[in-house]
Write a protein that binds this ligand. Structure first.
Ligand SMILES: Cc1cc2nc3c(=O)[nH]c(=O)nc-3n(C[C@H](O)[C@H](O)[C@H](O)COP(=O)(O)OP(=O)(O)OC[C@H]3O[C@@H](n4cnc5c(N)ncnc54)[C@H](O)[C@@H]3O)c2cc1C
Length: 312
C-alpha cells in the first residue's frame, strides 16, 4: 500500500504547476492516497489551489512565520516529521526541490531517487544519467520511505477537478537558526515562465551581444513565447542565467521549441529532450541541432528572424 506525500512548491501565494506534475507521477505508482503539504506563513490560498488537483486525497497546511520563505534547511525538518506513515515523499526536480529533497532524505536516513522520469513499480523508477544520454532503472529499498525528485518535464500536470480536504497541522520540529533568509533576487518579466511555457524561443552564441539578442525577445513576444538561451549566450552575458536551457540550466518540455543560432551540444539537448516540435535555425547545415530538429532552416538568423516576424 503506497501513501505519497508531495511537497508543494509555491511563490507569492501561487502554487507552481510542478506540484500537479508530481501528482501525475504519484498516480503512476497507483498510490492509495496522495497528500500535498503546503508549508508557508499563510498557506490557505495555496492549499485551496492544491485541493483542486484531481486525485489528491488531502492537503496538509503547516502555517509558521519561519516558512515565509522556502529555505531547505528550515522546511526539511518539518517534512521529515510529517513523513511518518508515508511510503513516498515527492518533490519536483526544480531548483526548489533539488535544494530541499536531499535534506529531507538525509534527515530520514535514506538515499534520494533523483529525477524520476518513469515508474516501473512502487520502488522501481527510471531516471536519466550522463546528461540524458542513458536511462537507468533504479530500485529503492522497500523497507524505507522513498524520497524522490520528480523530473517535471517528463510528467504532464494533473488537471483540476478535485476537492480534497484541507487539514492544518502543527509540526513539533526543531528549526535551525544557522540558515536564515536575507533577500530574494529574481528577474521580473511579463513573458511566460520558461519552465512551464508551451512555446519557447531560444538564442545562442550566434546572437553576438545582449543588444542583438533583442530580436529573440521580439520574436518571442510576437508568438507569446518564453525566452530561453544556450549556456554560451548566458556565459557571454547576453541574457541572465535563469534563461539557460540544458543540463546545468532548465529542463523544459514545451510543445514548440525554437533553437536559433544554437549548435545543439548534448548538454543543451538534454534540456529539450521532451519538447514536442523542435525548430532549428542555423547557418551551418551540418550543425548537430538539425539531427533532432523536426523543422530546420539553414540560413543567417539576422535575415530569417525579421522575415519570420514580419510573416507572423
Ligand atoms: C558540464 C557542462 C554543462 C553544460 N551545460 C549546458 C547547458 O545547460 N546548456 C547549454 O546550452 N550548454 C551547456 N554546456 C555548454 C555546451 O557544451 C555548448 O558549449 C553550448 O551549448 C554552446 O552554445 P551555442 O550553441 O549557443 O554556441 P555554439 O556551439 O558556438 O554554436 C553557435 C551556433 O550558431 C550558428 N551561427 C553562427 N552565426 C549564425 C548566424 N548568423 N545565423 C544562424 N546561425 C549562426 C553556428 O553555426 C553554431 O552552430 C555545458 C557544457 C558542459 C561541459
Amino acid at each position: 500500500m503506497s501513501k505519497v506525500l508531495i511537497v508543494a512548491e509555491h511563490l507569492n501565494g501561487q502554487l507552481n504547476s510542478a506540484t500537479a506534475r508530481c501528482v501525475t507521477c504519484a498516480k503512476a505508482i497507483h498510490a492509495d492516497s496522495i497528500d500535498i503539504v503546503v508549508l508557508s506563513d499563510a498557506p490557505d490560498a495555496i492549499a485551496a489551489q492544491a485541493a483542486q488537483i484531481a486525485g489528491v486525497s488531502k492537503v496538509i497546511t503547516v502555517a509558521n512565520a519561519a516558512n515565509a520563505h522556502a529555505l531547505a534547511q528550515v522546511l526539511a525538518p518539518q517534512i521529515a516529521k510529517l513523513a511518518a506513515g508515508y511510503t513516498h515523499v515527492f518533490g519536483p526536480s526544480t531548483t526548489f526541490g533539488k535544494d530541499l529533497m536531499p535534506c529531507v532524505a538525509a534527515l530520514l536516513g535514506v538515499a534520494q531517487v533523483s529525477d524520476v522520469m518513469a515508474v516501473d513499480g512502487p520502488h522501481t523508477f527510471k531516471r536519466p544519467i550522463y546528461a540524458g544520454n542513458a536511462i537507468i532503472t533504479v530500485t529503492a529499498p522497500a523497507e524505507h520511505a522513498v524520497v524522490a525528485t520528480v523530473r517535471t518535464a517528463s510528467w504532464p500536470a494533473t488537471g483540476a477537478g478535485g476537492s480534497a480536504s484541507i487539514e492544518a497541522a502543527s509540526v513539533d520540529a526543531t528549526l535551525p537558526t544557522h540558515t536564515r533568509f536575507v533577500t530574494l533576487q529574481q528577474g521580473k518579466s511579463d513573458r511566460p515562465d520558461l519552465q512551464s511555457a508551451s512555446k519557447v524561443v531560444s538564442g545562442g552564441r550566434a546572437l553576438g551581444s545582449a543588444d542583438a539578442f533583442s530580436i529573440i525577445y521580439s520574436l518571442a513576444d510576437k508568438m507569446g513565447a518564453a525566452v530561453g538561451a544556450s549556456r554560451a549566450a548566458v556565459d557571454a552575458g547576453y541574457v541572465p542565467n535563469e534563461l539557460q536551457v540544458g543540463q546545468t540550466g532548465k529542463i523544459i518540455a514545451p510543445e514548440l521549441y525554437m533553437a536559433i543560432g544554437i549548435s545543439g551540444a548534448i548538454q543543451h539537448l538534454t534540456g529539450i529532450k521532451d519538447a514536442g516540435t523542435i525548430v532549428a535555425i542555423n547557418k551551418d547545415g551540418d550543425a548537430p541541432i538539425f539531427e533532432i530538429a523536426d523543422f530546420g532552416l539553414v540560413g543567417d538568423l539576422f535575415q530569417i528572424i525579421p522575415e519570420l516576424e514580419k510573416a507572423l
